[in-house]
Design a protein around this ligand. Structure first.
Ligand code: TYD
Ligand code: MG
Length: 457
């Protein structure tokens, strides 16, 4: 049979070309053409009509219910991020910087899930079998039930999936996979895309969960293709606070659960260890009585967490002062700075403003506003915040402090960590069944923030 040539498809409009072009002739977008394997090309939009029998829809009522029997990965923190465990047949992409601990995490997960009667397969293209085994031994992981395979050819890997019966399969990493139909080098957009699609398809058909490990590029995207994210059921990112041993796994996309949960680990000499008390870990290096440091009671998924928000206000040498933020949206910080100037009388003109969320967490809820304002105010006034005070609340453009969800859970977490004084939106006070020992203070407007949050001189 004559071998069909590879072709190129536009990821924006689906148009197919026989050779690569910088600009799509269909929609005019640049750099959207990716290489596709011949088989995949003919099955996609643009294929000749009538080449295959017409598809037959089925009544939704007749579709078999999905087996929802999730099973545990052996690591509670990872189960939490996955939405309560691993779903059979699901494909999970784990992305992260090189050296952050993706292979370590997956090896620990494999060993935790493997049983002699239900083995787990760890397929590696990055390390030799000896290196993987040596790491497992060094970490003290049980080896029975763990099967290793050093292979990068996708067809051979798909064959291994079909021939064996594994509890789960890990591919380390997608950048090393090679689809024989595609001439370009492993790691190229076309290769990564076709390899991931092929393996996810086999996994789904066999009800076999798979993990694909992917390196994050310097630009911060999962190597090359953001489009990989559409092919898998769940995308997890593994992140670290630079220079510290804490690691956070968070869901970026999850077809089987929420995307707001996080799992916290610490990288130790014995591999990754679950952090039982993340709030304490995030606050452990907080300097005592420092100006510009506020404790925020935030919510991540269903979990309340205490984190430190730091601000530094300093006189600027630039005509246009700088507003820089790490761990939160710089536009939100600029907006809150403007609200503080107008509604709380703060003088920020001519000042640079830097904001940082300690611990490498990303603040993505409006409830962080009040803590950001308190940190800026404290730095500008050069007065520390009350030592045992935790803060949360949304701030509006008129300087009003608005109610936020889960006030009770946030306050409980603050009290548990010894932050007995909690400054929260006045509107949340009535929903709060204050536990014993808690000293809640309601705040309705930013103009009272200095009086309620800062220590007297
Ligand atoms: P690794 O899992 O190989 O990272 P990735 O697969 O994301 O590239 O982890 C590599 C780093 O983790 C390496 O710098 C050493 C460190 N590490 C430990 O600190 N303790 C351990 O027990 C292990 C296995 C690794
Ligand atoms: Mg690795």
């Amino acid at each position: 049979m004559a071998r069909t040539k590879t072709s190129f498809r536009c990821t924006a409009c689906g148009r197919q070309e026989l050779k690569w072009l910088g600009q799509c002739q269909g929609c005019g977008e640049w750099n959207t053409l990716v290489e596709v394997a011949p088989a995949a090309a003919s099955a996609r939009p643009g294929a000749r009509p009538g080449a295959r029998p017409a598809a037959r829809p089925v009544r939704a009522l007749e579709v078999q219910t999905l087996r929802e029997a999730r099973f545990t990965t052996g690591l509670g923190e990872l189960d939490r991020v996955l939405g309560g465990g691993l779903v059979p047949g699901s494909s999970v992409l784990l992305g992260g910087d090189p050296g952050i601990g993706k292979s370590t995490l997956m090896l620990q997960v494999c060993a935790g899930m493997a049983r002699p009667e239900a083995p787990v397969l760890y397929a590696t293209g990055e390390e030799s079998l000896e290196q993987v085994r040596a790491r497992a031994v060094r970490l003290g992981l049980p080896l029975d039930g763990l099967q290793l395979l050093a292979e990068t050819d996708v067809e051979a890997l798909a064959g291994a999936l079909q021939a064996g019966s594994f509890r789960a399969v890990v591919f380390d990493s997608v950048q090393t996979l090679r689809c024989p139909d595609i001439p370009s080098a492993p790691g190229s957009v076309g290769q990564v895309r076709e390899s991931a699609a092929r393996l996810a398809e086999v996994a789904r058909a066999r009800g076999q969960p798979i993990f694909l490990i992917g390196q994050v590029t310097k630009e911060g995207t999962l190597a090359g293709p953001r489009m990989l994210e559409h092919m898998v059921d769940t995308v997890l990112y593994f992140e670290a606070d630079p220079g510290r041993s804490l690691r956070v796994v968070r869901a970026h996309k999850n077809r089987f659960g929420p995307v707001s949960e996080i799992g916290v680990f610490e990288m130790t000499g014995q591999g990754l260890v679950v952090v039982d008390n993340p709030s304490r870990a995030f606050l452990q290096d907080r300097p005592a009585r420092a100006c510009g440091s506020a404790v925020l009671a935030m919510l991540r998924g269903t979990r309340p967490l205490l984190v430190e928000v730091q601000a530094l206000v300093s006189s600027s040498v630039y005509a246009q002062p700088r507003r820089t933020a790490w761990g939160c949206d710089p536009n939100r910080v600029a907006l809150l700075a403007a609200v503080l100037e107008r509604r709380a009388g703060l003088q920020l003109a001519g000042c640079d403003l830097f904001l940082n969320v300690a611990g490498g967490l990303e603040l993505d809820e409006p409830a962080a506003d009040l803590a950001i304002c308190a940190a800026i105010l404290s730095s500008q006034a050069d007065r520390p915040i009350h030592p045992r005070l935790a803060v949360f609340g949304e701030v509006g453009l008129a300087g009003e402090v608005r109610a936020v969800p889960a006030a009770e859970a946030r306050a409980q977490e603050a009290l548990r960590l010894g932050y007995a004084r909690v400054l929260l939106p006045a509107g949340c006070l009535e929903q709060l069944h204050a536990p014993r020992g808690l000293e809640p203070t309601g705040i309705a407007s930013l103009d009272r923030l200095a009086e309620l949050a800062l220590e007297d001189r």
